[in-house]
Design a protein around this ligand. Sequence first.
Ligand code: SF4
Length: 277
Amino acid sequence: MARSLDYRDHRRELDQNRYVYAVVSRRARGLSIGVNLNPDKVCNFDCPYCQVDRTTPGGPSRVDVAELAAELQVLLRRANGDLWTRPPFDTVAPDLRRLADIAFAGDGEPTTPPQFPAAARAAREARDRLAPGVPLRLLTNATLFHKDRVRTALAEFDELWCKLDAGTETYFHVVDGTRLPFQRILDNLLLVARERPIVLQSLFLTLDGAGPDDAEIVAWVARMREMVGKGGRIEHVQVYTVARAPSDPRVGTLTQERLLAIAARAREAGLDAAVYD
Ligand code: SF4
């Protein structure tokens, strides 16, 4: 069954698919089709700002790629057909009635399941056939780029949007809730950025009322500069803060003024950076 959606409401439980969901977003300037490879809600990070509701149990870990492909094809066909004439889509503003992207972004790290390469291939095929020209994106924490099966599958995507929320090991462990070594993330980002341009996504927040200090921002810029100095290509840096209240009550929103100052620091270092709502 095709999914329903309401552009004013990003809750995915409105949808009945297992893997493919859709939101209309002003930021994406249209319909963004999401692919969730983690219906089990398992992630190798435990970011305090995570929006995934883990108070309710997830589904099975194994990804059924045929089912995923079928769900995606149904939604893409509808987007090419009468989608915008039927409720609730008919309430979407005319300038947002376009397919903006297809993005692997779900309730965990999408590169984790063994079926990731097959799912990426299936999505690419469906995109080529039913939505040529629409970008296929991977939103990832880059923890598994060193694995051959993951690195090979990256070629299916037009854009890689990679998380980099910190500049130091200590803050990385706090803000991304992991004991994985920070250097692994930096090495992985460089590995791929040497092969193709990447987009960095950097979320900054307050924890118990305090945002990252200046030293952390200086270190964050330094990590990116090191990457570029070693031949990595950073196409763009997205600076943003938490959009909706996460489950962790310590987490708060960083001010727009501070976000703008952080993005300015990155630009001073020669990077292309902007703040996103
Ligand atoms: S990497 Fe994403 S899904 Fe995983 S805990 Fe962090 S925000 Fe949540």
